[in-house]
Design a protein around this ligand. Sequence first.
Ligand code: G6P
Length: 614
Amino acid sequence: MCGIIGATGSDEVLDLLLEGLARLEYRGYDSAGVALQHDGTLWRARAATGTRSLEDLRKVVPDDPLTVTAGIGHTRWATHGHPTEANAHPLLDCSGTVAVVHNGIIENWRGHTLASETDTEVIAHLVEEELAGGSSLAEAVRATLRVMRGAFALAVLCANEPGTIVAGRRVSPLVIGAGEQGQGLLASDIPALLGRTRRFWVLDDDQIVELRPGSMRVTTLAGKEVEPNELHVDWDIEAAEKGGFPDFMGKEIHEQPRAVADTLLGRLLPDGTLALDELRITDDELRRIDKVFVVACGTSYHAGMVAKYAIEHWTRLPVDVDIASEFRYRDPVLDNRTLVVGVSQSGETIDTLRAMREARQGEAKVMVISNVVDSSMARDADGVMYTRAGPEVGVAATKTHLAQVTALELLALYLAQLRGTLAPADVGLLVGRLAELPELIERILQRERDAAVSGEPSPVATVAARLADTRDFFFLGRHVGFPVALEGALKLKEISYLRAEGYPAGELKHGPIALIVPGTVVVGVATRTELWDKMMSNIAEVRARGATVVLVANDGDTETAEQADEVLWVPETHPLFAPILDVVPLQLLAYHIARLRGHDVDRPRNLAKTVTVE
Ligand code: G6P
């Protein structure tokens, strides 16, 4: 995720860009940059100093930036290429007359010689080629976007067209704004422009806008002029940063379809196979692996538990999942045929980092699944696979967790494809099911938003309201439903401060059932898998002892619903992908209970987002 901004028709282009970038930092802060159009040339400044990037960018831009006719800016959360100055946007074409800022992922960037490691640079070169053939900037951008695959919001500036910015989008967001004095503005998000205007329009997919002082022209990629949709915005800046949600956690839960879609992007090929070409461990090395360890902490550990079921089932490789802080002290058996997979949103958690180092000393091949490009773990490991959830502000992980499970499912299928333990046709079918997931997550979240629009409490909020005074919760699941139960319990503990135990449902009768009394709330993951009958027998055991039963059930499954006091509905998918859907209502349940109890869900007590002490 990145933030983009553009401005024309103003004496204060640079101020507008820097102010907007500051408001877009929540979308990424690995690096920041601007390109300004001045006297028939482009002037560019960039800084890649992490959280200090914007501050450092301010130091390299001139105090009095001459006459600037238009400018574009960018704040980056790296997904493709290291977070260095060379990879910071704006990126230029060969001649330095075209500058591009981009948010999203271009899938078909291969086959071009690029100066940076970014997928974005290819856009600048394609626009350059079109311009050389005599096209106007708008025609060149349209032609380029017609051949681009992937997700993008981008803005392009050309030295030879003073005052003009051309921007376009597909999937990634882009808003246009108009200032009262004819300023033409654009940004990834409303908050970047809120101090400057309240008149906004949204571009639809595959539309471009030409912004000039006092004018705005929107066309389709075929060049047909269209009327853009005007937005009515009455948010203040803080609400806008949170996308209209009361907090970041709520916003991030609703960003999960995008986080999963972006994590899949470019990795599922049209022929039904998978490509993980940034992995840095060779296919031969992966074929030689004879055992896998997954090491992680907290929510990432639960993602790792899901991976165990998937990797073992599809590849027949034995998998151990370890809490990272325990791994290095238990003398694990490692050699050069062992693959150790660290899972970490931040890539900085010291327990996981140390466990991975220990594994490297034991000659294992080590890789990390991380949401932060060039994090300590990414630099340390032999291989890396990035989740692309964008920065997560809420301390309790949500969208990064779904992205982690998605990445681990991809890894499991990739290993199976490589080792031939799944037939290509089966990989193709499973890849198809994976690709459906963003849409299915959206279905769960859309029901919540629909209720909000009609002023009703949402389906999960209604259940939460009935449970908000309960002190003791049990979360039960079987098979991959077990890590989902653990994650549901962890979310509730973290932000609601209520006692919540996650248990494998079959283990209940060996002890914890003694704690079930009338009024205890039992949340069961009861979506349809081969173990559904057994799960329902365990639910009958707690019902018989007076528990209040809440079940996560597949849409329309009345047989399951009949056994529940409350139901949390989710669509059906392949059983091994079900954790990606089933955990969503449990995140929402914890979220609503915490809010009803008056807690700050973004900053829970005693917890830190990144823990760098042992
Ligand atoms: C902290 C956070 C948890 C997170 C865990 C692992 O404890 O509060 O939400 O799951 O660290 O973090 P990581 O960045 O390694 O995924």
